[in-house]
Design a protein around this ligand. Structure first.
Ligand code: GLC
Length: 584
């Protein structure tokens, strides 16, 4: 096996809570994944990324971990996880676990110990700071800095036991680990090795570029964050109207590369090929990504960029929704393709458990265009240079959920946002509109297996309502239909496996200024693929493309949404993939 085997691989993300429920408690579990493994085999994917199944109080649905080396009973048992690893391996698939080590749960024994006294041997494992001088400890404004949390409110919580505050860039139940402390790092490395020894094939590393924060020798002297607007490099999460922007102080910090290199050395370097590491890196630029993913530096195999999922965020952050424009998307992706052309590697994704449904955001989820737009988006993504990640349900073209009121939401990010914004006077309808469009629950509604009342997800009451459109959009209706979104994905995945031009070819953007068409070529040796996709709901004319006549006569590799229009006029959301060989 080659070290860069993942260049021709496709990853599928399972969000266990919403995938399949085997015991009728309304929450997806490992038993459910085991029962549905055939779906992944049929799709042809190579790697499963499993969102957290560890023991957790579930404040952030498992991204708040209280035991890194056990499975939460809600999801099943460690024995079932071993079985999943074994069965996946037997079917030729790998399992990548979510690694959430920027923070733990506040119920993790490390934090329980750390908060117990200022003399605790684990005190320094987290970020403790005294209240701001001259302020009543615990009162508003007494936080050590003005930093805001990604989930609304301050990034510091007062702890009465010792009278200090602890840092949490996410919820108060997710205290940040102090990576400056070498014991913390060693313990994380040990835990990672334990999983790899158990047969796990790598890690998706949660917000890994937040682990090195600004370091100031003279505590408490952490810097304040800017109020109003945000760092343009930021991942657009934080609303800075009330609390300061943390970005410059916690993202891509001074020791990040050192920490990643140390982790690589301690955990991965002595192991054979076959593993995969992918960092979730909000706010990382393409230049940062080159450093993270340059194989000679020994850090990560690939990272997730946030630039394209930030194109519909305005100056007020994630919830300040602005329309997304195709030209901006093409410029962003084009820059990343170019920046990682010779060194490093891209991850490719439209959606995940933190993003709304791709077809509702970048496509057109009206009945008329939903299927064609889902296929066109898949075509564009899978044929870029990089490793594609398919989020569960996107292979079926699942859509956003028709949320009515705030009571329909479960996610703490959305619920907190609603409370914070409306309590300072924002119009509740406007706040809700942004949540409907971008809220994370859109991606977390149960997987749509069939047309039965709970979509085949559970025999009980699902923890989050099933999308009413499951009667039409579901796996049972698609798996045997050659024209389905599912089978279009299957063909794209097979193409990556079969044709080295997809994994290894050079990427060239074509018609960069066209505001409806996404066009590019991939070239390897004497073989060139041309991808032409109309990412709009109106017909589009591609006759300007270089060599248009020759391409019209070329071999068709794949097509979708084909209209009756002649020549180079593409129908709404039509996509074509053509091949020419023999040097152009
Ligand atoms: C990452 C996860 C997200 C989680 C956050 C805090 O962004 O993908 O789901 O809420 O980190 O762990």
């Amino acid at each position: 096996m080659q070290r860069d085997w993942w260049k021709s691989a496709v990853v599928y993300q399972v969000y266990p809570r919403s995938f399949a429920d085997s015991d009728g408690d309304g929450v997806g579990d490992l038993g459910g994944i085991l029962e549905r493994l055939d779906h992944l085999v049929a799709l042809g994917i190579d790697v499963v990324w499993l969102s957290p199944v560890y023991r957790s109080p579930m404040d952030d649905n498992g991204y708040d971990i209280s035991d890194y080396q056990d499975v939460d009973p809600l999801f099943g048992t460690l024995a079932q996880l071993d079985e999943l690893i074994a069965r996946a391996h037997a079917a030729g698939m790998k399992i990548v676990m979510d690694l959430v080590v920027n923070h733990t749960s506040d119920e993790h024994p490390w934090f329980v110990e750390s908060r117990s006294s200022t003399d605790s041997p684990k005190r320094d494992w987290y970020w403790w700071r005294p209240p701001r001088p001259g302020h009543e400890p615990g009162a508003k404004g007494a936080e050590p800095t003005n930093w805001g949390s990604a989930f609304s409110g301050p990034a510091w919580t007062y702890d009465e036991t010792t009278g200090d505050y602890y840092l949490h860039l996410f919820s108060p139940k997710q205290p940040d680990l102090n990576w400056e402390n070498p014991e913390v790092r060693a313990e994380v490395h040990r835990m990672m090795s334990w999983w790899l020894d158990r047969g796990v094939d790598g890690f998706r590393m949660d917000v890994i570029n937040l682990i090195s924060k600004v370091t100031v020798e003279a505590a408490p002297g952490l810097p304040e964050g800017a109020i109003g607007g945000r760092d343009p490099r930021g991942a657009g999460v934080i609303d800075t109207s009330e609390y300061g922007d943390t970005h410059p102080h916690v993202v891509n910090g001074p020791r990040l590369h050192e920490f990643l290199q140390e982790m690589h050395r301690e955990v991965f370097a002595h192991r054979g090929p076959g593993l995969l590491t992918v960092g979730e890196t909000p706010g990382a630029s393409v230049e940062d990504a080159r450093l993270f993913t340059d194989p000679d530096r020994g850090e990560l195999d690939m990272v997730f960029t946030f630039e394209h999922v930030d194109l519909d965020s305005g100056p007020g952050g994630k919830w300040d929704v602005v329309p997304y424009r195709l030209l901006d998307l093409k410029r962003t992706f084009g820059r990343w393709q170019e920046g990682l052309a010779d060194v490093g590697w891209n991850s490719l994704y439209w959606g995940n458990h933190d993003q709304p449904r791709a077809v509702s955001r970048y496509g057109d989820d009206s009945p008329e265009h939903r299927e064609a737009s889902a296929k066109a988006l898949a075509t564009v993504l899978h044929l870029h240079r990089g490793t594609p990640y398919v989020y569960q349900g996107d292979e079926l073209g699942m859509t956003n959920y028709p949320f009515r009121t705030i009571d329909d939401f479960e996610d703490l990010e959305s619920v907190n946002r609603f409370r914070a914004a409306t309590s300072r006077g924002d119009d509740p309808d406007e706040v809700l509109d942004a949540l409907r469009y971008k809220g994370r629950d859109n991606a977390r509604t149960p997987m749509q297996w069939d047309a039965s009342p709970q979509a085949g997800f559970t025999t009980g009451t699902p923890w989050l309502a099933v999308n009413p459109n499951h009667t039409e959009i579901n796996a049972a209706a698609q798996v045997d239909d050659p024209e389905s979104v599912f089978n279009h994905h299957r063909r794209l995945i097979a193409l990556r496996h079969d044709d080295p031009v997809v994994a290894h070819g050079r990427f060239t953007m074509v018609l960069p200024d066209h505001d409806q068409l996404y066009v590019f070529t991939r070239t390897l040796d004497d073989s060139t693929l041309l991808v032409v996709a109309n990412l709009s709901s109106l017909p589009a004319d591609a006759s300007e493309l270089p060599d248009a006549a020759a391409w019209l006569a070329a071999e068709t590799v794949l097509e979708s949404g084909r209209s009756d229009s002649p020549g180079w006029v593409l129908g709404p959301w039509e996509a074509r993939v053509l091949r020419r060989t023999g040097g152009l």
